[in-house]
Design a protein around this ligand. Structure first.
Ligand code: 5GP
Length: 253
C-alpha cells in the first residue's frame, strides 16, 4: 500500500501531501503542549473537536468574504487545505488584557481594552516566539508594509466575526492567534488565513461566570480540557446539546 508523504509535523497537527498539487491534508492530533513544549499531555478527543471547530470558523469566515486555506473536512481528524507559504508570524488580536500582555505590562487580566490590539510574534520555537515590532518584520523581510496592512485588515475582520459568533453563545472572545499564508493565483499574490482557529489558539471566557473554555484550562491546570472544548462545540451547535461522554465526541455532520 502506498504511504502518503509527511510534509511537516508540529506540536498539535501533522501536514501530509494532498491528493492534488497545491493541496495538503491537515491532521489534528490529540497532543496538548504548553510553555513551548515543557508541559505535555494527550487529551482524548481534542483533535476531533479542533478539526470540527476549525472547519466551523473557517467556513463561517469564508461566508463573510475572508479568504482561508480550508477546502473541506475529510474525516474526523483531517481536513483538505490549500498549500500556502506561511508568513513566519503569529498574529495576535486582543480585546481584553490576559496572558502574556497582562504579565508584560502589569495590566490585570480581564481589563477590557479600549480598542482591539494587534501584536506580532516571530514564529521560532527555539526563541519562544518573541514579540516583534513592524520595524523588525519589514527590516528582516518577513512581510512587506503592504502585507502588514492586509494582515491587520484581515485580523480585524476575523476578530469581528469571531467576537459575534462567540457573543451569540454567551462567550467572550478575549484574544486569539492566527497565522497567515501567501498563495499565488497566476501572477497575483494574495494573503489568506491559514493554520487553524480553535480553542487551542483563542481565549474564551463564559460571559456570565468568567469560566475559561480554552487551552488555559490545560496551561493552568483548571480541569478537563476536553469538557471545556466540548462545551464550546455544543454551544455553537457543532455537537448535539445532549451528546454523551466528552472523550468520544458525537459530531453533527
Ligand atoms: P499570549 O501571548 O497571551 O500567551 O497568547 C495570546 C493568544 O494567542 C492566546 O489566545 C493564545 O492561545 C494564543 N497563542 C499565542 N501563542 C500561541 C501558540 O504558540 N500556539 C497557539 N495554539 N496559540 C497561541
Amino acid at each position: 500500500m502506498a504511504r502518503r508523504k509527511l510534509v511537516y509535523e508540529g506540536k498539535a497537527k501533522i501536514l501530509y501531501e494532498g491528493p492534488e498539487p497545491g493541496t495538503l491534508v491537515q491532521y489534528f492530533k490529540d497532543d496538548a503542549t504548553a510553555g513551548n513544549g515543557e508541559k505535555k499531555d494527550v487529551i482524548d478527543g481534542k483533535g476531533v473537536l479542533n478539526n470540527r471547530l476549525s472547519e466551523f470558523f473557517m467556513t463561517g469566515l469564508a461566508g463573510v468574504g475572508v479568504p482561508t486555506h480550508f477546502i473541506k473536512r475529510l474525516n474526523m481528524r483531517e481536513q483538505l487545505i490549500r498549500q500556502v507559504e506561511i508568513i513566519p508570524l503569529e498574529v495576535i488580536v486582543r480585546n481584553v488584557a490576559a496572558g502574556s500582555m497582562s504579565k508584560r505590562l502589569g495590566i490585570e487580566e480581564g481589563t477590557p481594552l479600549p480598542r482591539p490590539i494587534i501584536e506580532f510574534c516571530y514564529k521560532d520555537d527555539k526563541l519562544g516566539d518573541p514579540l516583534v515590532a513592524e520595524e523588525h518584520i519589514i527590516a528582516f523581510g518577513w512581510a512587506s508594509q503592504q502585507d502588514l496592512d492586509d494582515i491587520v485588515a484581515l485580523a480585524l475582520r476575523v476578530n469581528d466575526f469571531m467576537s459575534g459568533c462567540m457573543m451569540a453563545v454567551g462567550i467572550k472572545l478575549v484574544d486569539f492567534k492566527i497565522e497567515i499564508g501567501r498563495v499565488w493565483d497566476n501572477d497575483f499574490q494574495r494573503l489568506i488565513l491559514a493554520d487553524e482557529i480553535s480553542p487551542d489558539s483563542c481565549r474564551l471566557w463564559d460571559i456570565e461566570t468568567g469560566k475559561k473554555l480554552d487551552k488555559d484550562v490545560f496551561r493552568r491546570d483548571l480541569g478537563s480540557l476536553a469538557d471545556a472544548y466540548t462545551e464550546v462545540a455544543r454551544r455553537l451547535g457543532v455537537l448535539p446539546a445532549n451528546s454523551g461522554p466528552v472523550t468520544r465526541p458525537t459530531l453533527i455532520n
